[in-house]
Design a binder for this molecule. Structure first.
Ligand code: UDX
Length: 442
């Protein structure tokens, strides 16, 4: 089976590499020449544990190649995955410009039957839009090639993308065509024979499954964060609450970790997009809208907590705050909608100077937080970030922070405030006694 993947962003690249690993012949195409050049040289444009090795292996085995040529990619592929971005527009709706542009480019070069698979997260109804875009171009060209549209949403988590793709919880295939369904089964043959659960459904249902799943997880996080705010005031412990709640099989313990709010490329964007889609159909998504508001409040609450703990009137002028973890979650360099951005902006707005450290996020943070000028410095490790600081704030739970030498940290600091916004430290940790320690919801 010959596969084309259009778009080498997070989703496209991981998809292409993993399909090659499954034994397919894969061509990954992108319009950005520099990116393709780097990929050809074996360089990964993203940080994703384990991906590089699989990529190298499959390039060497001649199953994986990179190109900027859409014509060649279309002509040589039986199945074409569209994996380009759907960035949010100002009103929160998903911008489909790139998806439809790709659809029309593919149809310019279609030379026979193709299965067109939508991997990008797209509003319900996009499958039909892609179909009509392709049909229109084919009619203009005066050719009569048949094709089928499939929706195959991606559920991978950044930092765990390789594992999520090799052993997914489920594969969702939405199509109205039996022929396309059989072809998709053979694309994912390895998973199919390994008894990964498959959901075969229509295009619209599949498109909505992706939004419903992401929105539900976002709601779950906002729910536990809201409980954490209350737990803190009542003297309850959110971690014990979440643990006990999670023992109920109907609730499950996953995605019940209280923190500074969710971020990343999916939850903030997709929750807003589904609210927008619903509005277009005359429905209001009260629950999801509340989750979005609670998430904004959560980040604001973190800033407030730090401000009024460090200073009676909330003024942070002259205070130095060390921040650990900038990426929206561990094991990624991705800073999209990272809670650290709002939290750092908030602290600086009240006069603080920031000393930030993140294992992978600094490069992106430098341009996203460029406006902060000299109010933010980037440090080489957690100890430098703590140096002469009044407070240390853990925003993202990189594993290495759990193992840091707390004695050395405190020796470096000017005061001893520790804000653990991810609750990474157990209350039994003896050295915590030396800090003025504040978790979330406990
Ligand atoms: C998410 C979905 O999990 C994935 O299925 C989808 O395809 C893309 O969006 P991702 O954004 O990579 O994946 O990260 P995820 O691990 O889901 O975390 C998202 C955000 O929620 C992070 O900011 C994380 O810190 C936060 N989170 C997650 C919590 O605050 N508490 C939790 O219990 C879980």
């Amino acid at each position: 089976m010959k596969i084309g993947v259009i778009g080498t962003g997070y989703v496209g690249l991981v998809q292409g590499v993993i399909l090659a690993e499954f034994g397919m012949n894969v061509t990954c195409m992108d319009v950005i020449e520099e990116k393709i050049e780097r990929l050809k040289n074996g360089e990964l444009p993203i940080y994703e544990p384990g991906l590089r090795e699989i990529m190298d292996r499959n390039v060497q085995a001649n199953r994986l190649k990179f190109t900027t040529d859409i014509k060649e990619t279309t002509e040589n592929s039986d199945v074409i995955f569209i994996a380009v971005g759907t960035p949010p527009k100002n009103d929160g709706s998903a911008d489909l410009t790139y998806v439809l542009e790709v659809a029309s480019n593919i149809s310019m070069y279609m030379n026979g039957y193709k299965v067109i698979v939508n991997k990008s997260t797209v509003p319900v109804g996009t499958g039909k839009l892609v179909e009509s875009t392709i049909s229109k171009v084919l009619t203009e060209r005066g050719v009569d090639h048949s094709f089928d549209i499939v929706s195959n949403p991606e559920f991978l988590r950044e930092g765990k993308a390789v594992r999520d793709c090799l052993t997914p919880d489920r594969v969702v295939i939405g199509t109205d065509s039996d022929k396309a369904k059989e072809i998709m089964k053979s694309v994912y043959d390895v998973l199919y024979i390994n008894q990964t659960p498959f959901v075969f459904t229509n295009v619209e249902t599949s498109e909505m499954i992706k939004y419903a799943s992401n929105a539900f997880l976002a709601v779950k996080i906002s729910f536990i964060n809201e409980m954490a705010l209350l737990a803190e005031k009542t003297g309850a412990d959110i971690q014990e609450i979440a643990r006990a709640m999670g023992m109920d099989g109907r609730i499950s313990p996953k995605f019940l970790h209280a923190g500074p709010g969710y971020g990343g490329s999916c939850f903030p964007k997709d929750t807003k997009a589904i609210v927008d889609i619903a509005r277009k159909y005359g429905e209001e998504m009260f629950v999801i809208e509340a989750a979005i508001r609670a998430n904004e409040k959560q980040k604001y609450k973190m800033v407030e907590k730090i401000r009024f703990t460090l200073s009676e009137d909330g003024d942070l002028t002259g205070k130095t705050i060390g921040v650990l973890g900038l990426s929206f979650k561990p094991e990624t360099d991705d800073m999209r909608d990272a809670p650290s951005i709002d939290i750092i902006n908030g602290l600086v707005a009240y006069g603080a100077n920031i000393q930030a450290y993140c294992p992978e996020g600094i490069k992106e943070a430098k341009w996203r937080l460029e406006h902060l000028g000299r109010n933010i410095k980037y440090m080489n490790d957690e100890y430098e970030a703590a140096k002469e600081a009044e407070a240390l704030v853990i925003v993202t739970e990189w594993h290495q922070f759990r193992g840091m030498d707390l004695k050395k940290i405190i020796e470096n600091m000017n005061d001893n405030f520790l804000f653990d916004l991810r609750n990474i430290f157990s209350k039994r940790e003896k050295l915590l006694g030396n800090f003025k320690y504040y978790g979330v919801g406990r």
